[in-house]
Design a protein around this ligand. Sequence first.
Ligand code: SF4
Ligand code: SF4
Length: 68
Amino acid sequence: MLRFTKRIPDRCLGCGACEEIVACPAGKLFLEDLCIGCGACQLACPGNAISMFERTKTKDIKIKVNAE
Ligand code: SF4
Ligand code: SF4
């Protein structure tokens, strides 16, 4: 199941832990289109301010194997 996270502003403590601790594999936190739903930011958040959502539409991806 493809997922993505969002920060819930009302719950955010502004501690900055998500920005400072997490090496987001998407390159930047909370970009819905790029998020792979790894959950690292959610685990790092002390305020329970990051929620996981399921994608309603699938994403097309292309991968290369042996340069093809
Ligand atoms: S750390 Fe993972 S779950 Fe959080 S925004 Fe980045 S890719 Fe998405
Ligand atoms: S770790 Fe959680 S509480 Fe801290 S700034 Fe990020 S979203 Fe807000």
